[in-house]
Design a protein around this ligand. Structure first.
Ligand SMILES: O=c1ccn([C@@H]2O[C@H](COP(=O)(O)O)[C@@H](O)[C@H]2O)c(=O)[nH]1
Length: 236
């Protein structure tokens, strides 16, 4: 999938995940496995999802010393997922180590798992960033700085909100993934997200993929919700 709608499988177990996925029949999806599901089910969840033919973003947001991240990524590479991530705040050495680990763990003749960096979480507002992280720039400047560090470190793209997507696109210019969570339809509750946008705005402003959780998973008809979101995303 070139410009995917990635469904965040934020469920506590494989049973609940299966119940959700069954609603989609044989449809091949791009799904995201985050901390909640992975910490309960472990690598077996990836095997199940791969057997079903889904593409997978393993969203574990690694952030540790370079050696630890390199070793962890070497193991993750063997899972055969399509996309993984780190926190850009871990720094350039850590991001370079992530790529080294993915290269070391890839199978002979295979291709390296794509890796993107979380810039500023979509739950963070500019004020929170300035107060909690003592970053005194604007939120956009911080995101652009992290995006440039990710590019320099050899990463394939970033996670940001839609609000920074066009600035990243103009700043980096070369092909670079801009994956944006914080997606909501008009009039939907933001929940714990601070920087939200519609699928339509995301595509228009330069996102290359969107991550959608509750706006699909918590709906009475998730398949219908997915189709509505996908059609908005594909409108531009
Ligand atoms: O900055 C970030 C990075 C990751 N996420 C993840 O995306 C989904 C969003 O879920 P919603 O229910 O659509 O809000 C969730 O799994 C987060 O862990 C993010 O929201 N923001």
């Amino acid at each position: 999938m070139e410009q995917p709608v990635i469904i965040a499988l934020d469920f506590p177990s494989w049973e609940e995940t299966q119940m959700f996925l069954r609603k989609f029949g044989k449809k091949k999806l791009y799904v995201k496995v985050g901390m909640e599901l992975f910490y309960q089910e472990g690598p077996a969840i990836i095997t199940h999802l791969k057997e079903m033919g889904h593409q997978i973003f393993l969203d574990l947001k690694l952030h540790d010393i370079p050696n630890t991240v390199k070793s962890a990524m070497k193991g993750i590479a063997k899972l055969g997922v399509d996309l993984v991530n780190v926190h850009a705040a871990g720094g350039t050495q850590m991001m370079e180590a992530a790529i080294e680990g993915l290269e070391a763990g890839m199978s002979a003749g295979g291709k390296r798992t794509k890796c993107i960096a979380v810039t500023q979480l979509t739950s963070t507002s500019e004020k929170q960033m300035q107060n909690d992280q003592l970053i005194l720039s604007t939120l956009e400047q911080s995101v652009l700085h992290y995006a440039m560090l990710a590019k320099k470190s050899g990463l394939d793209g970033v996670v940001s909100s839609v609000q920074e997507a066009s600035a990243i696109k103009n700043y980096i210019k070369e092909p670079f993934l801009i994956i944006t969570p914080g997606i909501r339809l008009e009039n939907e509750a933001a929940d714990d997200q601070n920087r939200i946008a519609t699928p339509f705005a995301a595509r228009k402003l330069g996102a290359t993929g969107i991550v959608v959780g509750r706006s699909i998973t918590q709906q009475t008809d998730p398949v219908y919700a997915y189709e509505i979101i996908k059609s908005q995303w594909e409108l531009n």
